[in-house]
Ligand binder design. Structure first.
Ligand code: DQA
Length: 147
């Protein structure tokens, strides 16, 4: 099983940006958790981070070509307004879980709207980095149910 984890803008700044909201663990720590998770679950997890909308779209299109089994995506602020990323996600047929580290519903009103969530299978919000692990478990379970 091959799962792609995509992180959007500013997520590479984990551990630096707004620590009261996103925590003190840095992006390298998140990558190490994902590496560990891949080993434990005996699956392949590829990761991609970009601060550029077009690069995220190119990577999602590549994932379609590669026939990945599932996608975990934290589109960062693009969540709230990128119809282009929404359209790219809508092209995909595999399970997609949207993750937000913070509880966006407790925050500014513009963060309450996700233009990408309606084309995802599900959304995990406000559970910190653990949200990524739960999203991977969810995809594994969804794939098992398909078989
Ligand atoms: C975020 C929430 C977004 O509103 C914000 O722009 C981010 C991170 C989160 O993981 O909580 O960059 O997606």
């Amino acid at each position: 099983m091959n799962i792609l984890v995509v992180n959007g803008p500013n997520l590479n700044f984990l551990g630096i940006r707004e620590k009261g909201i996103y925590g003190t663990q840095d992006f390298a720590y998140l990558l190490s958790l994902l590496e560990e998770k891949a080993k434990t679950c005996q699956i392949t997890i590829d990761t991609f981070q970009s601060n550029c909308e077009g690069e995220i779209i190119d990577r999602l299109q590549q994932a379609y070509m590669d026939k990945v089994d599932g996608i975990v995506i934290n589109p960062g602020a693009y969540t709230h307004y990128s119809y282009a990323i929404r359209d790219a996600l809508a092209s995909l047929t595999c399970p997609i879980i949207e993750v937000h580290i913070s509880n966006v519903h407790k925050r500014e009103e513009f963060r309450h709207v996700s233009v990408t969530a309606p084309v995802c299978s599900g959304q995990i919000v406000g559970l910190g980095l653990q949200g990524y692990m739960l999203a991977i478990d969810a995809i594994i379970n969804m794939k098992k149910q398909e078989n």
